[in-house]
Design a protein around this ligand. Structure first.
Ligand code: PLP
Length: 427
């Protein structure tokens, strides 16, 4: 028999919540703590999705709950145009401290997509140029600007054309993204596409920004080679183009560094952050040097809720835990350990094309011939066994694991065993 409260809430949801967003499960969540959550019908699950890499510390970390409660008692919302408050000022100082290079000034928004849109506006406003170069395979969000730079699926763009003008795409330097046999030197191939864009489509002097995810998320969990990012830095410097890193998914320890840019040593001109920035509260950030921000005319951009006091207090608490509990280092070694275990246990299956990880951004990629059928089956089997996982990839070919950085090893082991068994049974 169906659980009454669950059925009632599911019924209301089906009636009143827009069906436009993809629905992965019909679970009704009552409570969540750490890497576990409980449904209204009393079932307990392990969560390897972490709010799509947003709950870096898992669910309801005590420090975050305390900071949110204390902040809410004093100030829930004010509007950053009308005054400063401690949580936003201290968070700005903190981000300036941990961000690479001279990126010390922050504009706050409410989400990743919104921050991407703001970064595109900023790049156009400060350079006076229209062009943006982004990469096929990349995902940057759902607002119209972010949709225009996204190249991970035509489904995100269809029905919204015409999208923003003067946006050009080159291929992200990862061979798996090509249908044909990939060239030997994929990095050269992608760079030559940028050169061709400059020759055939838009002069480099008309390009405001090159936008890239240093490790591709939604498109399939592919890291860009460090040398590629270094080459992009050189191109940007040569032509006065701004380099924007979308670290919405990679930021705050996910890749075994505080920011993924640290792997290549490349300092972008604009760093876009969201998701784990505030550990599950809505917040996004456009981080750049003071000099660059001062070129963005006052009044040219803004936000009612951006830099919300409660979100900023949550972010400060979350970053504090990441630092004091050494979770960036933990992400590095635990990520390696998980990849090693998965390789040992899953290497035997031919349908698996690759197992890779950068810190705790871990992907299991399936062969293109089987992915469309096997990946949904694995996700469904895991859910039956009370493990929530998610996939990604232009063709849904990769199972992505986004465990909390502080996950208890016991929870991790239970979840990984469920996943390995599901793969073993279905492959
Ligand atoms: C790399 C990247 N950029 C931008 C976004 C958009 O963020 P939001 O959903 O907060 O708008 C996402 C979300 O998945 C993302 O992974």
């Amino acid at each position: 028999m169906k659980h009454a409260e669950t059925a009632y809430l599911q019924g209301l949801a089906k009636k009143h919540i827009s069906p436009v967003s993809t629905r992965v499960t019909d679970l009704v969540i009552k409570r969540a703590k750490g890497a576990r959550f409980w449904t209204t019908d009393g079932r307990e699950y392990i969560d390897f999705v972490s709010g799509v890499a947003s709950n870096g510390l898992g669910h309801a970390h005590d420090s975050m709950v305390k900071a949110i409660q204390e902040q809410a008692e004093n100030l829930i919302h004010f509007g950053l145009n009308y005054g400063y408050y401690e949580s936003v000022v201290k968070l700005s100082e903190k981000i300036a401290q941990i961000a690479p290079g001279n990126l010390d000034t922050i504009f706050f928004s409410n989400s990743g997509g919104e921050a991407i849109d703001g970064a595109l506006k900023m790049a156009r406003a400060v350079t006076g140029r229209p062009g943006i170069i982004a990469f096929d395979g990349s995902f940057h969000g759902r607002t119209l600007g972010a949709t225009s730079v996204t190249g991970s699926s035509s489904k995100y763009r269809t029905s919204y054309e015409p999208l923003l003008g003067e946006i050009y795409h080159a291929t992200y330097p990862y061979p798996g993204l090509l249908k044909e046999n990939a060239p030997k030197n994929m990095m050269r191939y992608s760079l030559s596409q940028i050169e061709s864009l400059f020759e055939l489509r838009i002069a480099p002097e008309r390009v405001a920004a090159i936008l890239i995810e240093p490790v591709m998320g939604e498109g399939g969990y592919y890291p860009a080679p460090n040398e590629f990012l270094q080459e992009l830095r050189k191109i940007a410097d040569q032509y006065g183009i701004l380099l924007i890193f979308d670290e919405v998914q990679t930021g705050f320890g996910r890749t075994g560094k505080m920011f993924a840019s640290e792997h290549s040593g490349v300092i972008p001109d604009i760093l876009v952050l969201a998701k784990a920035l505030s550990g599950g509260m809505p917040l996004g950030a456009i981080v750049a040097s003071r000099e660059l921000h001062e070129k963005w005319p006052t009044g040219a951009h803004g936000s009612t809720f951006g830099g919300n006091p409660v979100s900023c207090a949550a972010a400060l608490a979350s970053i504090n835990v990441i630092e004091t509990e050494n979770l960036v280092k933990r992400s590095e070694w635990l990520g390696k350990k998980i990849v090693q275990r998965l390789k040992e246990n899953l290497r035997k299956y031919r349908d698996i094309k690759d197992i890779r990880g950068v810190g705790m951004m871990i992907g299991i990629e399936f062969q293109p011939e089987v992915a469309a059928q096997i990946v949904p089956a694995i996700k469904a089997r895991c859910l039956e066994k009370h493990l929530l996982i998610m996939s990604c990839g232009v063709n849904g070919q990769t199972i992505r694991l986004m465990l909390p950085l502080n996950i208890k090893e016991e929870d991790m082991d239970i979840g990984l065993s469920i996943l390995e068994n599901a793969i073993g049974e279905l492959i």
